[in-house]
Write a protein that binds this ligand. Sequence first.
Ligand code: CAA
Ligand code: NAP
Length: 250
Amino acid sequence: MPHIHKVALVTGGTGGIGTAICQHLYVQGITVAAAYYGGGKHEKAQTWKAKQSELGYEFTTVYADVKDDQSCNSMVSDVLKKHGKIDILVNNAGITQDAQLKNMSTEQWLTVLRTNLDSVFNVTRAVINDMVQRNYGRIINISSINAQKGQFGQVNYSAAKAGIHGFTMALAQEVARKGITVNTISPGYIATDMVMAIPEEIREKIIAQIPVGRLGKPEEIARMVTYLAASESGFITGANFALNGGQHMH
Ligand code: CAA
Ligand code: NAP
């Protein structure tokens, strides 16, 4: 079979897990557009791109606020203009704003829902027609262990991340006949800034609950993304993969 060159768009591409995903896809010979936000600032993404280039990885960077559908539409148009198509979409952008429900503001609820769940709708809707027209696509949504098990202080995050897999299963059925697969990856606690922001004492207690005895590595999530992104993975769709060091088995 002839090798067909593939193009990927990774949201949160310059973050902890996102960087590993971009690198692993690049190593497979895939053209990667890494999407960033930076609160509307561009310098951090430029520095990231230059550093990746020094390391031997060449990426395109594209801007979007994933909370905003117009911003997502422009980002997808940019990628289509630059690279002609999008074969692989990794919806990876996400944030936490932890607080017990009794202390959680409407703003904390809405910001987390918009960034973590509306984002999946905004970006995927902008990409889907191109995939349907070309009869090919791989969509990979990054959820969380806390979607399935819940987490003290995360009603917003757990609800948004649980919503992602509902989206995955519904869309998987809509596009299965169009050569498009849609899957969820639910990482456990991975050593990135997001987890390092948890107060140390609480983080130590969480690590003690992980049977393998350590945090996961971004590369361990990226390996699964690459597997699902492959053209050979066409029979896997609507599935949810738990990568959590045994912390939650279900
Ligand atoms: N289960 C039961 N009780 C708990 C608890 C838990 N997991 N965590 C805290 N409590 C208890 C405390 O022991 C304390 O009890 P006392 O009042 O009797 O001493 C009480 O609840 C209040 O605890 P805090 O002082 O921590 O409460 P707070 O309101 O100041 O802070 C919080 C709440 C911000 C949620 C804080 O507990 C916290 O940061 N928790 C970590 C949440 C977490 O795991 N976030 C994951 C972020 S990374 C991520 O999300 C990535 C991913 O997908 C895996
Ligand atoms: P991270 O390093 O903080 O990366 C988060 C990424 O999301 C950043 O690249 C950030 O972009 C992007 N982002 C945030 N708000 C955005 C917005 N409004 N628009 C566009 N992009 C936005 O965290 P991470 O650990 O790599 O997390 C990546 C994904 O994995 C998240 O969805 C997270 O929920 C999920 N996850 C993480 C863990 C974990 O333990 N680390 C576990 C399970 C699931 P900028 O920096 O450019 O703003």
